[in-house]
Ligand binder design. Structure first.
Ligand code: AMP
Length: 399
């Protein structure tokens, strides 16, 4: 690793109604503080701040992202650490959509802001929120600000993987292609898996399942992504907490005609009311697990649909890679839910995947192997850390 000892980086993940932050030292991964400001723009807001040893929460309305950044500074002033004293080297911002324009992190100037703004039609919920956070942060922190894009790791996808089979001119005119998301996590986790196994990334072929409330899978060969399940938007691919993932595109016009739903209504339906939530009413796996234990059929079916999709992608991506060294699970569900990992990899001994039940059910926060010692394909759990990855990229760029 080439980064040098330097001050901490403030990482900001600005969503439409929330703003997450973390003050982290890139080379040691030490988190000095973190916080979450929620319900921005609503009549009541919630502000929480933690220094690891202690946490504080208060309720107060937060008018907009500017007010959120003022509150962020107030939290540090009240509870520490002293933001002006710690010597922040950069502020790293998560930006969801970098389009075809951004394949690497970039130091933010006025031109970059214009470019990110131009990409807003591709990510109407995410990019305007990131922009609001960046603008407010630039006014309050006189250090370099770096944008790290969720799409960047997938910018080099082979054209055969990123091209939709629609008229080529239309796709070019409207920048329609598979962009992929969660890239910072897929890159971090695939590299970390190679590191843990003592393998060079150049000769490592791995499938990464990022299973959180949003979920995606990638195939990574020699450190580069060759496939991923999310598309033009984060709606494509796996069954997620509230998103449908893959469906027959004809369901859109059919719902319009048969159910009388407008396009915005269908979009909301597929993004917010589908997935596990649509199938059984719950999207939290902890609740789902309890319901399944009680013999709840809707929860069992939701679980089966979720796992079936995982296995279908697992098979497809193994073939895309040609050889499979490891399968890695990460994010909230991937790291914590042994049943999902077991079901996704069950009965695949013929294809070289042999899970070790005891290892799989052991609780741990570390990156670890959960397959049998003699399993030809290594199955792993590798905790993701997008904030640390963003901090390191920001530090590398400006440090
Ligand atoms: P993420 O988007 O990565 O924060 O993941 C959120 C999801 O992870 C939640 O909706 C839960 O389904 C799942 N999750 C989080 N913690 C646990 C846990 N301890 N056990 C099982 N599932 C969990």
């Amino acid at each position: 690793m080439s980064w040098t000892a330097a001050g901490p980086v403030l990482v900001i993940n600005s969503g439409s109604s929330s703003l997450k932050y973390q003050l982290v030292v890139p080379d040691t991964a030490e988190v000095l503080a973190s916080g979450l400001i929620e319900q921005i723009g609503e009549s009541s807001g919630r502000i929480s701040h933690s220094t690891g040893e202690q946490s504080w929460t208060r309720e107060d309305p937060v008018a907009d992202h500017g007010a959120a950044l003022t509150l962020l500074r107030e939290q540090f002033a009240a509870h520490g650490p002293d933001l002006d004293g710690v010597g922040i080297t950069a502020v790293g911002h998560r930006v969801v959509h970098g389009g075809s324009r951004f394949s690497d992190p970039v130091v933010i100037d006025d031109d970059v802001l214009v470019e990110i703004e131009k990409l807003s039609p591709l990510a109407p919920l995410h990019n305007p929120a990131a922009l609001a956070g960046i603008r407010a942060a630039r006014e309050r922190f006189a250090v370099p600000h770096v944008a790290v894009f969720d799409t960047a790791f997938f910018a080099g996808l082979p054209a055969a993987a990123s091209t939709y089979a629609i008229p080529a001119e239309l796709a070019a005119e409207h920048a329609i292609k598979k962009y992929g998301f969660h890239g910072t996590s897929h890159e971090f986790v695939s590299r970390r898996a190679a590191e843990v196994l003592g393998r060079s990334t150049e000769d490592f072929r791995v499938i990464v399942f990022h299973l959180g409330n949003g979920a995606s899978v990638s195939a990574v060969r020699g450190g580069a992504a060759i496939e991923t399940s999310m598309g033009l938007t984060p709606l494509q691919g796996l069954v997620m907490g509230t998103r449908s993932g893959d469906i027959d595109p004809s369901i859109y016009p059919y719902l319009h005609d048969a159910a009388g739903l407008s396009i915005p209504e269908i979009d909301t339906l597929l993004n917010k009311r589908s997935g596990l939530k649509g199938l059984c009413g719950d999207n939290d796996f902890r609740v789902l697990d309890r319901r399944i234990a009680d013999g709840d059929e809707a929860a069992e079916r939701a679980f089966a649909v979720y796992v079936h999709r995982l296995r279908t992608y697992l098979g497809a991506y193994a073939f895309a890679l040609g050889r499979l060294d490891a399968v890695v699970f990460t994010a909230g569900v991937g790291e914590n839910n042994a049943r999902v990992r077991a079901a996704a990899t069950a009965d695949l001994e013929h294809f070289g995947l042999v899970l070790d039940e005891a290892r799989n059910t052991e609780r741990s926060r570390s990156a670890r192997v959960v397959s049998a010692t003699d399993s030809p394909v290594t199955i792993m759990v590798v905790p993701t850390d997008e904030e640390l990855a963003i901090a390191r990229k920001a530090e590398q760029l400006v440090g």
